[in-house]
Design a protein around this ligand. Sequence first.
Ligand code: UDX
Ligand code: ADP
Length: 608
Amino acid sequence: MVKICCIGAGYVGGPTMAVIALKCPSVEVAVVDISIPRINAWNSDQLPIYEPGLDDVVKQCRGKNLFFSTDVEKHVSEADIVFVSVNTPTKTRGLGAGKAADLTYWESAARMIADVSKSDKIVVEKSTVPVKTAEAIEKILTHNSKGINFQILSNPEFLAEGTAIQDLFKPDRVLIGGRETPEGLKAVKALKDVYAHWVPDERILTTNLWSAELSKLAANAFLAQRISSVNAMSALCEATGADVTQVSFAVGTDSRIGPKFLNASVGFGGSCFQKDILNLVYICECNGLPEVAEYWKQVIKINDYQKTRFVNRVVASMFNTVANKKVAILGFAFKKDTGDTRETPAIDVCKGLLGDKARLSIYDPQVTEDQIQRDLTMNKFDWDHPLHLQPMSPTTVKQVNVVWDAYEATKDAHAVCILTEWDEFKTLDFQKIYDNMQKPAFVFDGRNIINADKLREIGFIVYSIGKPLDAWLKDMPAGQKSNSTGGTPNTSRRPRGRPPGSKNKSKPPIIVTRDSPNALRAHVLEVSPGNDIVDNLAVYACRRSRGVCVLSGTGTIKNVTLRQPVAAPGGSVVTLHGQFKILFLSGTVLPPPVRRHVAILRKVRIQE
Ligand code: UDX
Ligand code: ADP
């Protein structure tokens, strides 16, 4: 009986081995990990990862030919084929920091294999590692081999989370790279025989070692590039009035391009895309190809830009401040049908909003409060280390509240940001949500999943990525020069109180007088006597503001009435900061001058 052992019971190792066990009853599969809680979870009814269909597969084979264990050395020493699927974080220090893969865990796994092995083994590289890692690992193994023959293979995984089981059942291709020596070819055949239990022969591709390793990085870079391309188009669509969904549909009908992976979004996330591209960039730099490195780096820069742009859109739309406003975040996972939050765009968006002092109420059907708090406090790239090496008790972010219901998250909120495309968000009762929100009520759809027209009918101000903008949003530029160094977008440090895109120089206070041309259409506001004292009343209106009135005060202002009602019907009062109230009329368009003035509202005074 062939024995397989997989080191690393993570997102890759767990599902892949479970499917191998299911499809190959004659093979014994052991999945080992140094993390005791993780192995305990694999042996329980509550598996450590959420993946549709996984429970069934595990239940069918666990205890028969599929075992989860912490006895790493025993299972490695008994195995014929050892898969290595351990963490390969991006280095945060030293040579190649921020780009190169940290192979600490891989190296220690390789040394352990060499230590405990008593028979020949095929060692399969399963985690994404930079090209030529296999060569390094081969050296470690052969220099410590005690006469044992090790064959190194690269067998990159192409499964996507949320559809991992389907991807494993019906893969587009299985790629096996090995040495082109008789022993190498024999090892490739042995692994091919495992997959041949259920994968048609023509879908099992064999290549040399380096091609297999590079193909994995290249495939992920190409996929991420499509998303950055369509996201770049989404910014242009917003600026010009085109609709990105129509554009990507039209582009995708070209059979040379194809329709998949062309959905504009708030940005791509996941454990692979960014990391693999950073690896690719580093490899290019190391090989004296700075132009090629720069080309791929741009895919990440656009992704960071898209997240920053989204945050800026939210803040700019809400009078340039979200301070102390409740913002509901629907969805935190990096995509639907997974509880995985690695590199999720939600982290940068939330950090950006927190940087502007928003209060966040977050709901995701699969992500726990502990995970969200961890993600919002952890340093970049820290997630990619084994659990026991991650910060144990992260400090909690106080302005963040995690709830288990979308309605609770949105209650009394000023805005809703949809950051993951969970199906359940499409069928929410938005009328109920609207009724329980502060007005004006905003929806910022980072995944283009809601019916914007219907929501507008209800009364929401809606932003959908890459779609023609609401009148409200039109004059509020959300594009901002993204962080030129790449890496994390600089959202959390965006200066408050000035419109995104503007230069950082303070503007002189604006004095609006009754006679000033700007005040020609000013409407006088009155605070009813007997209510809270308003000692800092300011009124601003501008010729082009079409009825906008802005009122500021240091206390809570009630019963605001218009002495000279304007033509536009309705009107609502919203609280800003808890210190200001802005009265605006429905259908109001905020032209650039007003936006600018709203930002410096405190300095505006009426002079009699
Ligand atoms: C990816 C690759 O698809 C897979 O082959 C590889 O082995 C691992 O990396 P995964 O990270 O699970 O898989 O997710 P994927 O479905 O590729 O999505 C990645 C990110 O791109 C998600 O945040 C997703 O929301 C986003 N995305 C995807 C878009 O924004 N638009 C799209 O059109 C498609
Ligand atoms: P992936 O998404 O690539 O599967 P994960 O981080 O989910 O990555 O899984 C990697 C697993 O490898 C973790 O559970 C970690 O505890 C485990 N691991 C890391 N180093 C070792 C090692 N030397 N021996 C056994 N398990 C290891």
